[in-house]
Design a protein around this ligand. Sequence first.
Ligand SMILES: Nc1ncnc2c1ncn2[C@@H]1O[C@H](COP(=O)(O)OP(=O)(O)O)[C@@H](O)[C@H]1O
Ligand SMILES: [Mg+2]
Length: 141
Amino acid sequence: MADSLLKRYTYDVMANDFMAAGKSSSAIKSNLKSLGIDSDILRRIAIISYEAELNIVIHSFGGKLHCDIYENKIVIISEDAGPGIEDVDLAMKEGYSTASDSVRELGFGAGMGLPNIKKYSDHLEINSSSTGTKIVATINL
Ligand SMILES: Nc1ncnc2c1ncn2[C@@H]1O[C@H](COP(=O)(O)OP(=O)(O)O)[C@@H](O)[C@H]1O
Ligand SMILES: [Mg+2]
């Protein structure tokens, strides 16, 4: 059935852990690669999951990244424990970032993460409040 979940990969993502940052999205990429997912789809999912992971590391108190595989789609879900995105419309704008100077010195904070997640998804939902942010990005197969 097209609508039933075939497989879920889940990763814990720690806030401020720049040593581990990128590992969950890399693992998602290699898992999907071994399943034989098309390289163009793989590239889009790698960008979406990396940006979502880095946003948990940089902007949240920590959370989880899931990769859900269905017959006809792959869904990347990021959920974290807050503090939430104050203004989602503003956060979606290219170049908008609240990253600190120390995070920018590490090379992050270009403000292109959410715009690129949107660009490479077929469907995107963002729900955010002070208790957390949930992003659901769907890529059709
Ligand atoms: N998970 C999150 N929790 C809280 N705020 C977030 C989260 N993800 C994004 N944001 C907010 O949205 C802004 C834009 O995100 P993004 O486009 O990825 O740019 P960047 O990460 O480079 O700042 C961030 O600067 C931050 O203010
Ligand atoms: Mg970002």
